[in-house]
Write a protein of this length. Structure first.
Length: 370
């Protein structure tokens, strides 16, 4: 029997959600295969560590608990990434995996990519090829480096494939759809019976907005954050804001300045988030994942950034880029009716067929002799 050893590195909230779909697909593969078995070890860098940013996802999504938690915690980019790199190198030397599996564009992704490449461990990068073309974003730097170091590049969209091609990366690039769609399909059914967040918060379906804010470009720029808050205060609806700890820290005392229509909660569990998204009338966000979840939930999205990697949604007219400009956000709110009409006629398969995790496992198994 052939064994393929995978070292999965995660550290941030969206990576736990993506890794859950993969772990399920690995289990399924092993159940159906006698000749080849995939053995996955999960390492948590400790980048996210609050229970509601980490443990809650492992528990609710039944992700195998990480064998190792590096407990790196928060810090400046260099220090945080450096600590991860040092510890991941030790783990990788010890584990000798056939693949290092990395997700997205966080500092955990970057550290894992550097550690693996120096040890000549092939890297499989899920969510390869995304670009905002804004090098001031830490994520853009992380993903460019990770892509250029990866052995197989697992792209969610045709645009991602094209972006890689423009940088000269054309070998072992696969368009396999978005693993987050697998996750939404699987978990939405569970959320319907398993979450009572709408009742708990006293919300009425279709009569509130949902917002998330956590990007450095918004939280670290007081004027941008203020502009967003000003826009929120002029919206004639309840805005539910599950607050990322980064934003909570930045807002600090100014939390009190948030208008009465903003309902702040702690970060919520994934099933609760899916229900909040599905029942919202509008979603305002600077998150990558939440932009796509708005589309899958058929809810108009307003993106609180100056650009997006998920350009297909803008091209389809279902996501409006408003940046952090009060007037632009309010103008986008005025137009959500047209967006809702477009959502009714838009193909819901912009990001694959919901079997991306299985395709990733196949690529790991059948590329391992490359
Ligand atoms: C990180 C990723 C970002 C991703 C996001 C998902 C990088 C550079 N950024 O951003 O791409 O979209 O995760 O949510 O990797 N904090 C806590 N408790 C926690 C985690 C964070 O209090 O459990 C606070 C700390 O003050 C920390 C700050 O949040 O300094 C930022 O956390 P960090 O992981 O550095 O970046 P994120 O903004 O979460
Ligand atoms: N999410 C969650 N609870 C929250 C906020 C977000 O479960 O309180 C989920 C959300 O549904 C999506 C993912 O976290 O699947 C997005 O993570 P985040 O916005 O932190 O990061 P990004 O996608 O921007 O990298």
């Amino acid at each position: 029997m052939r064994k393929i050893k995978i070292l999965t590195v995660v550290g941030a909230r969206p990576q736990f959600i993506k890794a859950a779909a993969l772990s399920r697909a690995i289990k399924k593969f092993n159940n159906n295969s006698d000749s080849i078995k995939v053995e996955e070890s999960i390492v948590h860098t400790g980048q996210h560590y609050d229970d509601n940013m980490s443990k809650i996802f492992f528990d609710q999504l039944k992700i195998p608990h990480p064998e190792i938690n590096l407990e790196v915690g928060s810090g400046l980019h260099g220090k945080q990434t450096g600590m991860m790199l040092e510890k991941l190198e030790e783990v990788a030397i010890d584990k000798k995996p056939d693949w290092m599996l990395i997700y997205g564009d966080t500092n955990s992704t970057l550290a894992a990519a550097i550690a693996a490449s120096k040890l000549h461990i092939p890297i499989a990068h899920v969510e390869a090829g995304l670009r905002s073309f804004n090098r001031k974003m830490p994520e853009e730097v992380n993903r460019v480096v990770a892509d250029h170091l990866s052995r197989i590049l697992l792209c969610p969209t045709d645009t991602a494939v094209k972006n890689l091609s423009n940088e000269g990366i054309t070998d072992r690039v696969y368009q396999i759809g978005d693993v987050m769609y697998d996750s939404v399909l699987f978990n939405f059914k569970l959320a319907v019976g398993g979450s009572n967040i709408i009742e708990q918060l006293g919300l009425v379906s279709g009569q509130y907005y949902l917002a998330t804010i956590h990007r450095a470009e918004n939280t670290d720029e007081p004027q941008r954050l203020q502009n967003i808050i000003n826009a929120f205060s002029q919206i004639d609806a309840t805005i539910v804001l599950p607050l990322h700890p980064r934003t909570k820290n930045t807002l600090g005392v100014s939390l009190k300045k948030l208008a009465g229509n903003v309902l702040i909660t702690a970060p919520v569990a994934y099933l609760d988030m899916l229900m909040l998204e599905k029942n919202a009338s509008v979603i305002l966000t600077d998150s990558g994942g939440v932009q796509k979840e708005a589309y899958w939930a058929s809810v108009p999205c307003i993106t609180l950034r100056d650009e997006t990697e998920w350009i297909e949604l803008v091209d389809a007219g279902v996501n409006q880029i408003a940046g952090a400009d009060t007037a632009a956000i309010l103008d986008a709110v005025e137009k959500v009716g047209q967006v809702a009409d477009r959502l009714k006629s838009t193909n819901t398969r912009l990001y694959g067929d919901g079997n991306t995790a299985e395709k990733i496992v196949e690529k790991l198994v059948f590329s391992s002799s490359l």
